[in-house]
Design a protein around this ligand. Structure first.
Ligand SMILES: Cc1cc2nc3c(=O)[nH]c(=O)nc-3n(C[C@H](O)[C@H](O)[C@H](O)COP(=O)(O)O)c2cc1C
Length: 307
């Protein structure tokens, strides 16, 4: 018998736990000719800001062993243009839409979410808290700001708020708990890892901004560890993210506590991977005689670790 892959996430009914990860899937609808979007659990859009942004200079992407670096710089058309065109197109796709939002200040996050809040096509907002604030620190490294952003957007949002955290902090579980206490309804773990690479043939940095974010298989064990640690401290659902390439990878995250998962770099290799991962996951559950994917959430993470 086919295992049941449907899962409730923050009150949203998902066909399965497979989501696109922000920034690696455009606004979502553009990929309709390449993959059957209807099969996905949900689409997470690329990050939207209050004003349009042209992003960083090229080169913005570099390959590294078992992964990639990027420094896109949140290129996007701005929230007003987003609700006019991409959101209208997304409505036709018929899967839940999670809009990723970033800002350099509390005011920017709040203003953007106020504009999104009147749209009924949006199921949830994911706060990208890994972007630089006005002091050029990433938001996640400024704990009072993290709390302030979450508390403030909760006041104006009519949909659940998911905090997407940077893994580069001393204690990811503390940061997740602090986000939960500030009112976050869910947590995404995690964003990319700060990293850099140099081309020794040309003696040049591979990215225009020198440093960027690392993603892909090389970050998976670290991302799984973030989910494991956070799951022990929080009781809101987690989106697991980082290096997932296969159904096995996806289940690894779920076994330590992710309720759903999002896939980034793998869809840059082939957007079809997202759908293939759904089938791979289904086959593993079938082999293991597990009837419902919900059974595996946190299955291996039941004992509190003492360090
Ligand atoms: C090219 C590229 C662009 C990205 N843009 C965003 C973004 O706009 N907002 C965001 O929250 N994360 C962004 N990310 C991070 C991904 O959503 C994801 O958290 C990260 O890549 C780890 O997952 P992966 O290893 O499956 O790629 C981007 C990643 C890549 C590779």
């Amino acid at each position: 018998m086919k295992p049941n892959l449907s899962i409730n996430f923050l009150g949203i009914k998902l066909k399965n736990p497979i989501l696109s990860a922000s920034g690696t899937f455009g606004y979502g609808y553009e990929l309709a000719d390449l993959i059957p979007l209807k099969k996905l659990g949900a689409i997470v859009t690329k990050t939207i800001t209050l004003e349009p942004r042209c992003g960083n200079d090229q080169p913005r992407i570099a390959e590294v062993a078992s992964g990639m670096l990027n420094t896109i710089g949140l290129q996007n058309i701005g929230v007003k243009a987003f609700v006019k065109e991409p959101l209208e197109q997304l409505k036709k796709v018929g899967v839940p839409v999670i809009v990723s939002v970033a800002g350099t200040s509390v005011k920017e996050y709040v203003e953007t979410i106020k504009i999104l809040s009147v749209q009924d096509a949006i199921s949830a907002v994911e706060l990208n808290l890994s972007c630089p604030n006005l002091k050029k620190k990433i938001v996640c490294h400024d704990l009072p700001l993290v709390k302030d952003v979450i508390r403030s957007v909760k006041k104006v949002s009519r949909v659940p708020i998911i905090a997407k955290l940077s893994p580069l902090v001393t204690d990811i579980a503390e940061l997740a708990l602090c986000s939960q206490n500030a009112g976050a309804d869910g947590i995404t773990l995690a964003n990319t890892y700060p990293a850099m690479s140099i081309d020794v043939k040309t003696f040049k940095y591979k990215l225009s901004t020198v440093k960027g974010g690392m993603s892909g298989p090389c970050i998976k064990p670290m991302a799984v560890c973030c989910v494991y640690d956070a799951y022990q401290k929080i009781n809101i659902p987690i989106i697991g993210c980082g290096g997932i390439q296969t159904g096995e990878d996806a289940l690894e995250f779920m076994l330590v506590g992710a309720r759903v998962i999002s896939i980034g770099s793998a869809s840059l290799v082939s957007p079809k991977r997202l759908v293939e991962i759904i089938y791979e996951m289904e086959n593993i559950l079938k082999e293991k005689n597990i009837k419902d994917v919900k059974e595996v959430v946190g299955m291996l993470n039941t004992v509190k670790t003492v360090c």
